[in-house]
Design a binder for this molecule. Sequence first.
Ligand code: UDX
Length: 434
Amino acid sequence: MRIAMIGTGYVGLVSGTCFADFGHHVTCVDKDAGKIDGLLAGRMPIWEPGLEQLVKSNVQRGRLAFTTDLGAAVRDAEAVFIAVGTPSRRGDGHADLSYVFAAVEELAGLLEKPVVVVTKSTVPVGTGDKIAALLQQKGAPEGVSVASNPEFLREGAAIADFKHPDRILVGAEDERARHALAEIYRPLFLNRAPMLFTSRRTAELTKYAANAFLATKISFINEMADLCEAVGADVQDLARGIGLDNRIGPKFLHAGPGYGGSCFPKDTLALLRTAEEQGVQQRIVSTVVDVNDSRKAAMADRVREELGGSVEGRRIAVLGLTFKPNTDDMRDAPSIPLVEKLVEGGATVVAFDPVGREQAEKVLPKIEYAASAEQAVDGVDALVVVTEWDEFRALDLQDLARRMKGKVLVDLRNIYDRAEAAQAGLTYRGIGRG
Ligand code: UDX
């Protein structure tokens, strides 16, 4: 198949590259000439394990191309994917569809044959209908189909997720679109990945429901963690105790500082806005959002409490800034409100993140950055672990304790053991470990 991918952000670049790796011919297009120039030179705009290698090898094999010219990208395409951003609209939390509609308008005037247009971007239910109407209104050829094919990729594991999906979801209203998507995903289908065909609206809403459910699991276990702390129970054992029940499942039950990232916060809000518009209550998701917001805001209090009620004049090391490991993404990271509150309280924060420094400096310009975990903890009063990068798990606590001035360890991801910390002379505070 010949595929055009509009948008070389996280989703577009990973999806386009993986489609090329299946053997399809893919042209990725983006308005940002700097990004395209970088990709042509082999420079990745995001940090994602395995991506650079996969891009390079598919470019070399002539199956993957990059351009800023939408006309050239769609000329021979049989399927055109839209993978532009749908961020939260400032002020109201609705998904901002301006990039999607701008791409569709431009596309309408360039199409010469009835291709299948597929939304990969997360778009509110009903957007496919609007895209179909817009294409028609702007003079796209008769017979263009519009389908929805949401992605379920985790940052940091996106390539593996793309190649070994739990399911492939296709929302389509006609046989041509269903057939084209079955063809595109045939290599995965042969690998027995379940492929689910639904209506377009159902597929669009399913994506939001999946993210809202996962966010619910996280907020649930986070509140259980608070209760564990109060009653002297252990949330990790509790999570295992409930997770071994197949009906619950063991994943997404890690208590922590609250969820962040580019998807859960914006998608839960957008789902609530859709429900409001429809006059339908979504009390569970609404509470999940509140629980998560207040949790992120409360993390700094734990550090303050451990330091005797004030962080004024204290030096505090923060390990891990990105919203989770294996990414340089800082969007809605729990580290942001935490660090801001510590700084507001009069603390000096010195942070280390294995790959996120460049992105972090844009949102947290007022702090010090260290070149290693060891350097970060030199002379500090407290150490706070915010993101569970693997390389932090094996740090020598004895060595860290020797470098620190104070002896407080606040572990917001439960990567250390209380007994080990105590042996190193550190006062340990984890999450939900009463
Ligand atoms: C998520 C979805 O997993 C993916 O299917 C969707 O397409 C995009 O959104 P991603 O944002 O990359 O992917 O991150 P994910 O690994 O799901 O984690 C999201 C947030 O939840 C992170 O801040 C993470 O630290 C937090 N989390 C996750 C927990 O606090 N506890 C958990 O048990 C799992």
